[in-house]
Design a protein around this ligand. Structure first.
Ligand SMILES: [Zn+2]
Ligand SMILES: [Zn+2]
Length: 364
């Protein structure tokens, strides 16, 4: 937070709707309420979902402060705020942290059934309209108020802000997908779609012991960038079936991890599964129509199809641990794009649009 201005106020980039420039506004810094934590933001990265909103492809309540991939330092604890992170490590003022993209109540029907991301009282950072006194609810601002039910994790100093910020979105979602897929030791895994999620999935599947990782994408450049992220085989969608058979004595893949969001990819992925195989489908986040699926095929091939949306707090721990362990094995730093000050946020969104596949950072 800028010391040249009144220390009691901080900046936020307010989004008012598609086609309108961000408005930088100063608001009073709130004292954290019960079970809340005030954080000074050091970095937020622009996610594909922020871009969807900015381009008008997705509607969010406005005015709002976008951004949910956030790193910051703890400034103050409200009464009863958690003093431990998701690992059980103590939290103190000044600690550098990131946190779950959503806060959940822990007590409702879905929270008590292992689906905190579907909490009946879910709050998502960067997704709600601001109101007086509740402006600091997203990443593109100088500070953020963490609400009760947020899963927090302390970050080691040697994990950079730009690399750590996407941990709470892309990397955690992939961690959840791999959790749903089960033990990957010795398995053949096909990753469908080689954007940031797919590249991360190649690396995480390899780190989890997959014997072979097939990167599948329409785009040749995206396929080849998967090589440094652990993929050993590469296929266009129309070649996936023959390659899978060739690699598995005709049986097919043990697991497919779907991040492309394409109907054809989902259908093609299910087709290449071996008997008893598992598909985790996470890419289709907007309605895109039905696919052909003969239930007899499910029955006879004993397939498991799992849908995944977002993730739970434990997946954030897995994601951060993975980045700490694997950041020298796989070039995650290559996924960091340009960085901009908060004043340059419109240019940051333009840069992020032009350089899809890289995470553009906004550092207040
Ligand atoms: Zn995100
Ligand atoms: Zn709940």
């Amino acid at each position: 937070m800028n010391t040249e201005r009144s220390s009691a106020r901080a900046l936020a980039a307010v989004f008012s709707g598609h086609g309108l420039p961000f408005r930088l506004e100063e608001f009073p810094i709130p004292a954290p309420g019960p079970r809340e934590i005030l954080v000074e933001i050091t970095c937020s990265t622009i996610c594909g979902s922020d871009l969807h909103t900015w381009h008008g492809r997705r509607q969010e309540p406005t005015p709002c402060v976008l951004g949910h991939e956030i790193v910051g330092r703890i400034v103050a604890f409200g009464p009863g705020a958690p003093r431990m992170d998701l690992r059980g490590d103590p939290l103190r003022e000044g600690d550098r942290i990131t946190w779950t993209l959503a806060a959940s109540c822990g007590e409702c029907f879905f929270c008590t059934r292992g689906l905190p991301q579907k909490c009946e009282h879910l709050f998502k950072y960067g997704h709600s309209a601001i109101s007086p006194g509740r402006e600091f609810s997203g990443g593109f601002a100088e500070c953020c108020v963490l609400t009760a039910g947020t899963g927090i994790i302390r970050l080691p100093d040697d994990l950079s802000d730009a690399m750590a910020a996407p941990a709470n979105c892309a990397v955690s979602t992939v961690a959840a997908a791999i959790r749903l897929a089960g033990n990957l030791e010795g398995s053949t895994v096909a990753v469908l779609g080689c954007g940031v999620l797919g590249l991360t999935a190649c690396a995480m599947a390899r780190q989890a012991g997959a014997a072979e990782v097939i990167a599948c994408d329409l785009d040749a450049d995206r396929r080849s960038s998967a090589e440094s992220f652990g993929a050993g085989q590469f296929a266009r969608p129309d070649h996936l079936k023959s390659l899978s058979r060739e690699l598995t004595h005709g049986r097919g893949c043990d697991v497919i991890l779907e991040f492309s969001g394409s109907n054809a990819a989902v259908a093609g992925g299910i087709e290449v599964l071996r008997t008893g195989g598992t598909a985790v489908i996470a890419g289709t986040t907007t309605p895109c129509g039905p696919i052909d699926l003969d239930p007899n095929d499910l029955v006879r091939r004993m397939l498991t199809l799992r849908g995944l949306h977002n993730y739970g707090p434990d997946d954030l721990v897995t994601a951060v641990d993975f980045l700490i362990q694997a950041r020298h094995r796989f070039p995650f730093h290559d996924l960091c794009g340009d960085s901009f000050r908060l004043e340059g946020i419109d240019a940051a969104f333009e840069s992020s649009t032009a350089r899809a596949g890289l995470r553009t950072a906004v550092m207040p």
